[in-house]
Structures are given as C-alpha cells and as structure tokens.
Design a protein around this ligand. Structure first.
Ligand code: ADE
Ligand code: ZN
Length: 323
C-alpha cells in the first residue's frame, strides 16, 4: 500500500548509534584511521552472527563517534532517514557511556551538539526529537549510577526519559533500582528493555521493580497470557520492534510475530525500528511488512501512531503540534 509511506509516524524506540548507516561509520573510520573493517560485510552492511555479536559490532562502530561533532552529524543523518519514512516524532536512546564515558561536562557538550542537530532536522525535515538517557546493562549497575547522574542533571524539555538497554541476560533489573529511582526523582519517565531475550518474568521485573510505564520490546510477555491481560488492563505500552526481532531470529517472520495477537488482545502496541540499518529496516518497511502480514489498513496504523504519541514522554504542548 503506497500511502502507508506517507502516513505520519511516531517512533518511541530507536538507539541513536544504532541508527548509524554503515557507510557513515565506515567514512568516520577512514577519516580517523580506525581499523574496524571486520564489522562490515563485503556489500558494506554490518556483519554479526547473533545478538551478542551485534552488541560487539555496535560498540566497535561507536569507537568512531569520538566527539560532539560526530554526534551532530550522526543525529542529522539518522533524523533525515527517519523523516524519509514519514516519522514526525522520534524518541531516541542516548548513552552517556558513548558520549564522554559518563563525564558530566563532556555529556553536556555531546547533548548540546545532539540538540543543535535536532533543531536543524526539525526545521529542515519536520521531525521532532526527544532523548531517553540509557545505561548499558552489561556495563553494570555502578556505571548506570554515573549515567543516572548525567540524566538527572540534564532532565528537561529535551531529555524526558530514562531506560536501560544492552544484554538482558546480564545481572538483574532490580540491581539498577537506585539509578531508576534517581531518574524518576529528577522527573524522568521510565522505560526498560525487557522480554526480548528473557521471558515474561523479566517484563514483570521491568514493571514492578523499576516502575516502567513502557517496556522496550516486552514481546515475550506473549508466553504468559495472564501477563498479557495485565499489561492490557494497566495500559502498559510495549515498544515493539518486529523487524529487529525477525532479523535477530527471535521470530521466523513478521507473520509469526506476536504483535498481531497483542493488538487483538487490547495491548497498547507501538511500532519501532530499534537499530534500523543493522536490521535492514526502516519505519516505512515495518509498516509495509505489517500490512502484508496482518492485513492492517491505514486505520490501524493511525490508531497505533496515536497510541505512541499519547505514550510519548514529551510535554503536552509538543504533542498537540505533532499529530
Ligand atoms: N541496544 C541496541 N539495540 C538493542 C536491542 N535490540 N536490545 C538491547 N539493547 C540494544
Ligand atoms: Zn532497543
């Protein structure tokens, strides 16, 4: 359906570094004489064997993002690509670990560059950006505290949320409670990656131990129907990323992805790309694949975009201008 391309889209789950086109990273590596040739296939795409290998490739790609100027260029490139898919509002995960290693002064400089790029993208491409500060789970709870301090110090109109990404199999979510409490006290809204690589109990932990009002992925809740019902009843929003899950082998196809059943059961599902160039996807492709898999029409997609905007962490004034 061609008009799906034009529909205004709202994305809540996108990792900024994960949006870096491989040619962009390759160009930076060349400029800086950083040898990361091993992370690319011959056709120029990113090369990884599984999720854990993906995390290593991701971190290697990040070594080329050496300063605020690189993040300025990255933000513009990512937002131009999202806008080409019809995205009008995007919330992106930002990691102080990759932006100055947790140093607050450096973080402020990186953030300034990202916000400048976001202002230019808003003027040039009509897309609005907000940031969710995100510790990396496998870097451990101590680093997360440093990240939480960066988040609390910069909470405001642009930095609206706090989350956690990385290796879900590393440590327990409750080990990160201190950081989440600090972020919440600073006024930040809460999301957490859970239920991508672990099952329903991890989704429960995100909601109950961290107070997540949205769950990143959360797709494996489908393995426990009582939990699916609870999520629907409590209005917890799932940031689903079907193309990412298919690319990483969690489900064999879009048709087999639980998003269709979750939507039918009244769960507040949203559609997101996660790390689009890594997973060979875009928001326009996600829409097209979901249309083909579930015969969803424009009415369904418009409802899902509204759900996403309602669940966005930005202020009410911003929401009224978006959709
Ligand atoms: N960081 C980037 N992409 C991720 C994913 N799909 N899961 C967890 N952490 C991530
Ligand atoms: Zn993610």
């Amino acid at each position: 359906m061609n008009n799906l391309n034009q529909m205004p889209k709202v994305e809540l789950h996108l990792h900024l570094e994960g949006g870096a086109p491989p040619a962009f990273i390759k160009g930076l590596a060349r400029e800086k004489s950083i040898d990361i040739a091993g992370i690319f296939n011959e056709d120029g795409s990113y090369r990884f064997a599984d999720f854990w290998d993906f995390l290593k490739v991701y971190e290697a790609a990040c070594t080329t993002l050496t300063g605020p100027q690189e993040f300025y260029r990255l933000t513009l490139a990512v937002l131009e690509e999202s806008a080409a898919s019809g995205v009008v509002y995007s919330e992106t995960f930002l990691s102080p670990d990759f932006c100055g290693g947790g140093d607050l002064g450096a973080w402020r400089e990186y953030l300034h560059a990202i916000e400048e790029a976001a202002a230019k993208a808003e003027a040039d491409f009509g897309i609005t950006l907000r940031g969710i500060v995100t510790p990396i789970r496998h870097f451990g709870p101590e680093k997360a505290r440093v990240v939480a301090r960066c988040a609390a110090e910069t909470a405001g109109r642009f930095i609206t949320g706090f989350g956690i990404g990385g290796d879900e199999k590393s440590g327990a979510l409750k080990d990160f409670s201190w950081s989440f409490d600090m972020a919440r006290e600073a006024g930040l809204r809460i999301t957490a990656h859970a239920g991508e690589w672990k099952g329903p109990d991890e989704v429960r932990a995100a909601i109950n131990d961290l107070g997540a009002e949205r769950v990143g992925h959360g797709v494996r809740a489908i393995e426990d129907m009582a939990l699916v019902e609870e999520i629907a009843e409590r209005g917890i929003v799932l940031e689903l990323c079907p193309g990412s899950n298919v690319a990483l082998g969690i489900y064999p196809s879009f048709r087999a992805h639980p998003i269709g059943e979750m939507y039918d059961r009244g769960v507040k599902v949203t559609i997101n790309t996660d790390d689009p160039p890594f997973f060979h996807t875009t928001m326009a492709r996600e829409y097209e694949m979901l249309h083909q898999a579930f015969d969803w029409d424009e009415g369904v997609f418009a409802k899902i975009a509204r759900t996403a905007l309602d669940a966005a962490f930005c202020d009410a004034d911003t929401k009224t201008r978006i959709l």
